[in-house]
Each structure stands twice: as C-alpha cells, then as structure tokens.
Design a protein around this ligand. Structure first.
Ligand SMILES: [Zn+2]
Length: 276
C-alpha cells in the first residue's frame, strides 16, 4: 500500500467502561447520526470516520500541494475502539476528533491521578461563553482571543484548587467559535460553594460540581465538555471553518495545568501508553 493512500481501519469494541470508549462515545458519536440509520456506536464510528475523511478530501481538492500531509491526517488513529491497522496520530487537537479525545482522556487521567495524590474528590467543571475566532489573515492566523487564567488569579486561586486544567474546544454558533473550559479539584464546603458561585458567575463561567470518585460520571462529564458540533463542521458548507480549525492553531499549546503534584515514582503507572 502506498504511503499516500487512505487506510481502511477495522474496528472492534473496547470494554464498556474503557475511558477512550466512554469519552469517544460521549464527545464524538452520541449526537452523530446524519442519515438516521446508524444506531450502534460501531456503525456511527464508520459513518463518522468517512464524513471526517470526506471533509479532508475536500481540503485536498483546494490544497493539492498539501495532499500528503492531509492524507496522513485522514489516517489519524481513531479512538474509542480497538482499530487495525495502527496508524500515527496527526496531533492536531482542535481540528481532529481523535486527537481532541486523546486530550480529553489525558485530562481525565490527570484528574484521576491528582484526586488520589491530593486526596481531593470534588470536581468543579466550568465553561465560558463561546467566542468567535477572527477570520484568518494570511501571516497572522491563529489569533485566539482567550487568554487562560493564571494560577495566581482567576478560578485556581478563587477556589483554592489543588489542580486546575484549562483548555479550549471548538464550538459553532452561526460562525466558528471556541469555548474556554476548565476542571478543578477542590475541597468544598458550604461557604466555599457560595463564594465560588458568585465569583464564577461574575466572570461569566457556568459551573457545576461532581464527585470525582464516581469514575463513570467523571468520564461522561469530561466527554460532555469536549463535545464538538462535528455534524455541522463536517458539512460541505462548513469547509472554510473546518480548514480554519485545522490550520489556525496547530502549533499552539492549548492546555494549561496549575497545581499538579508530581506522583511518587512507585505511584506512577509505568505501563505502556494506551493508544485506543
Ligand atoms: Zn489526529
């Protein structure tokens, strides 16, 4: 098989409670059913992958010089299933559904790890209003109008959090937008809950709290926050927005972690990095 061809993956289910499966189903597949026929996650996956690849192929028509790179992106290793054969990751975490899920799973793992190390089981999850991305101007693409909060002011400080992870996800509201989201492990009492509610509302952040010990709820909630309107972004009419998403931010580090405590070597999992 030539290096510049689309690879056909075959999919088999991962265990039901596998973080990659839960988060992929929640963030990518749950709302995906454009033709109304795909009822199982596996059928949705096949249909979704071809829609995603269809959008990449449209990009190739407009940018034939980038064909090789774009084919590589189209072959990015999908998440949520055991997929064969193994293919490399494209590492475009805003414009690739699988690489965005990998980021979400990384967030899940850090929360799980830090909840244990810091003995904090109360998780605040928040999202800001989505904001438009300025149109790409040649030479100055990727102006993201969302400075992350610093560790010494903003939500990490307000909540006296043990851990705060902030990132952005694509959204769509007539135009392409991005949404600032955050996750925080905190020690919560009634007084804290009241002061947080006021400060977060003032900052325009919609906040909810969950029990991080409940692993199923934790995975599902994180998946919900990483949900992207792919059914819109993969439509032919959204090709310009899709291209903006893929090219505008690819070299930006769009995650900020405050307060992470390094685990003891014996506590750290030293297993192979999972790739599903
Ligand atoms: Zn990718």
């Amino acid at each position: 098989m030539s290096k510049s061809s689309i690879i056909k993956h075959t999919f088999t289910y991962l265990p039901r409670k596998h973080p990659y499966r839960v988060i992929t189903e929640e963030a990518v597949l749950k709302d995906w059913n454009p033709n109304g026929w795909a009822s199982t996650p596996l059928a949705k996956m096949c249909s979704f992958q071809w829609a995603y690849r269809g959008q990449i192929l449209r990009m190739i028509r407009l940018e034939p010089d980038n064909a090789r790179k774009l084919i590589y992106a189209a072959n990015c290793y999908p998440t949520g299933f055991e997929a064969k054969p193994f293919t490399l990751f494209c590492r475009n975490s805003l414009g690739c559904p699988w690489c965005l899920v990998r980021k979400a799973v990384d967030v899940y793992k850090q929360i799980k790890e830090q909840a244990k190390i810091q003995n904090l089981n109360h998780l605040l999850c928040w999202r800001a209003k989505s904001v438009p991305i300025p149109a790409n101007i040649p030479g100055s693409s990727g102006q993201i109008p969302l400075p992350f909060f610093r560790g010494d002011r903003g939500p990490h400080y307000w909540a006296k959090a043990g851990l705060t992870i902030q990132t952005v996800v694509p959204a769509y509201d007539i135009n392409l937008t991005v949404r600032h989201i955050g996750f925080q492990l905190v020690q919560m009492d009634k007084e804290m809950a009241e002061s947080i509610a006021v400060r977060y509302a003032k900052a325009g952040l919609a906040v909810e709290s969950i029990d991080a010990k409940d692993r199923d709820l934790l995975m599902k909630t994180i998946g919900t926050y990483f949900k992207v309107p792919w059914s819109q972004l993969l439509e032919e009419t959204c090709l310009p927005e899709f291209m903006q998403l893929r090219t505008g931010f690819k070299h930006r580090n769009l995650i900020r972690v405050s307060g992470r405590v390094t685990p003891n070597p014996e506590e750290a999992t030293n297993g192979k990095e999972e790739r599903t």
